[in-house]
Design a protein around this ligand. Structure first.
Ligand SMILES: C[S@@+](CC[C@H](N)C(=O)[O-])C[C@H]1O[C@@H](n2cnc3c(N)ncnc32)[C@H](O)[C@@H]1O
Length: 471
């Protein structure tokens, strides 16, 4: 039991710097008396909520529906208690609106209506009083490479924050949009009317969102500046906001993935999942010492499930205690006890493990949920042994702002994002990883093995920001 061994070795510590952890009745305790519950073998280190749920009606029908859907027996007391506990945990939601949306997703991800009489699913999308009279944004993050090929059109992501007083909306009048101009490095304007990007949902004051902007590059190679700008359509451009980025336009530009193969088969989700499982199993072959694996955001179905049947001891971390609970039940039914797979509810952005604890890190269909993927990977890199491997599978790599699943999730407040291959290259390189082998399935699903790069500090490799003209 890897988690227990880590506890004994003192490689697993309390979150928020509260010292070592030790077992107490019903959970774990830290040195300052903090308590972390344990239910069905799942420890809850996220523990960021305090609400009394005893007034809520018992969710008998809902438990029965979950049990039916997943082939459990609601008449079995242990299974009933685990499912009910998992369901109640979806109501214990954290303050952070993005994490709240992730935790509350349980019911809809299970494709079962929520229990009657329970509070409705919180859409993290708070409604502001009024549309911004004077929109104000800041660009928080982008992954634009320093060099781009001429005469191409691709979506590039810019994460913006609404720093004004009103809501930003692309569906009200005048519609708020993002666009750009291209100037030569010396300042001469080359293209004024860039393509427009609309906000996939309204953006409340103080809120952040990643917007995919369709960028067409100039035909003529040379040194340029991309001026990203917000505008109110038919009214005005806000030339004092956005960002200016130096970009070298070249006839061709290689990307960061050396050993890249493509598979052009039509997208099939079951086959994509099966391929990801095969890839993880290949990355973690049988060897004398079992791999110590940390799966990030594993939900109820960690992709390393099959590897832990053979060669790996896995800790699967997810922010949702409910999904961890369900995952533990499902794994047990498949004959995978706690010996080789344990679930831990925690925020992957602040994991309480000692440096170098794991031989492998695995992340499936989840990197794009994190507001700052580079920061996440840079932190995770510290948990990895120097000769360890990072396996990233099933990440969307063909950005499409009109994708229905993307629009649904972002409407629920989930931090969905999509990046192109050049942007992924920059994210991995800046986090200190080097892609070793990469497969893009069906032109849209990225899977890659990466090694910690030699460089002790992440190297910058993106477009240099040169501020905003006129500010
Ligand atoms: C699209 S699901 C992928 C789940 C799983 N890897 C799979 O492929 O089925 C994204 C997962 O990320 C988890 N998640 C989101 N933010 C997280 C965070 N800060 N820490 C840990 N898990 C997080 C969600 O709870 C959710 O289970």
């Amino acid at each position: 039991m890897l988690l227990d061994r880590l506890l004994e070795e003192k490689s697993l510590r309390a979150p928020r710097g509260q010292g070592a952890l030790h077992r107490v009745d019903g959970g774990l305790a830290d040195e300052l008396g903090g308590f972390y519950r344990e239910q069905n073998g799942v420890v809850d280190l996220f523990n960021d909520y305090e609400r009394d749920l005893s007034h809520l009606p018992p969710p008998h029908d809902f438990v029965a529906a979950v049990a039916r859907q997943w082939g459990f027996d609601p008449g079995d007391d242990t299974q009933y208690a685990a499912i009910e506990g998992a369901i109640r945990a979806t109501l214990l939601v954290p303050e952070n609106s993005n994490l709240r949306a992730e935790v509350r997703e349980f019911a809809s991800r299970m494709k079962i209506p929520e229990p009657e009489g329970w509070p409705p699913t919180a859409t993290a999308v708070t409604k502001a009083e009024h549309v911004a009279a004077n929109p104000q944004i800041e660009v928080v993050r982008h992954y634009l490479p320093a060099a781009l090929p001429a005469c191409t059109r691709e979506f590039y992501s810019f994460r913006i924050r609404n720093v004004g007083l009103g809501e930003l909306s692309s569906t009200r009048t005048p519609p708020f949009r993002l666009s750009y101009h291209w100037t030569r490095a010396q300042g001469e304007l080359r293209i004024f009317e860039g393509e427009r990007a609309t906000l996939p949902r309204d953006l409340a004051p103080g809120d952040e969102m990643t917007v995919m902007v369709p960028i067409a590059t100039p035909a003529e190679p040379g040194e340029y500046v991309l001026q990203l700008r917000p505008l109110e359509e038919m009214l005005c451009w806000h030339e004092d906001q956005g960002g200016d980025y130096r970009v070298s336009i070249q006839p061709t530009v290689a990307h960061a993935f050396d050993d890249l193969s493509h598979d052009d088969a039509p997208f099939d989700i079951a086959e994509d999942i099966a391929a990801a499982e095969r890839l993880v199993a290949q990355a973690l072959p049988r060897r004398e010492r079992r791999w110590r694996v940390l799966e990030i955001a594993g939900g109820a179905f960690p992709v390393s499930l099959s590897a832990c049947a053979v060669a790996a001891d896995v800790v699967s971390v997810d922010i949702s205690f409910a999904l961890c609970q369900l995952g533990a039940l499902i794994a047990a039914r498949r004959g995978l006890g706690r010996d080789h797979l344990q679930f831990l509810a925690a925020d992957a952005c602040s994991l309480p493990f000692a440096p170098g604890t794991f031989d492998a890190l695995v992340i499936c269909a989840a990197l794009h949920h994190f507001p700052d993927p580079t920061a996440l990977l840079a932190c995770l890199r510290l948990l990895l042994a120097p000769d360890g491997v990072l396996v990233v599978v099933r990440e969307p790599c063909n950005p499409n702002p009109f994708d229905v699943d993307y629009l649904r999730d972002i409407g629920l407040g989930i931090n969905e994002q999509q990046w192109n291959l050049r942007e992924y290259g920059r994210i991995f390189t800046e986090a200190g990883f080097r892609p070793e082998r990469t497969l893009v399935r069906s032109r849209c699903s990225l899977s890659t093995w990466l090694r910690p790069a030699q460089a002790p500090h992440p190297e910058r490799c993106g477009a240099e920001s040169v501020g905003v003209a006129g500010r």
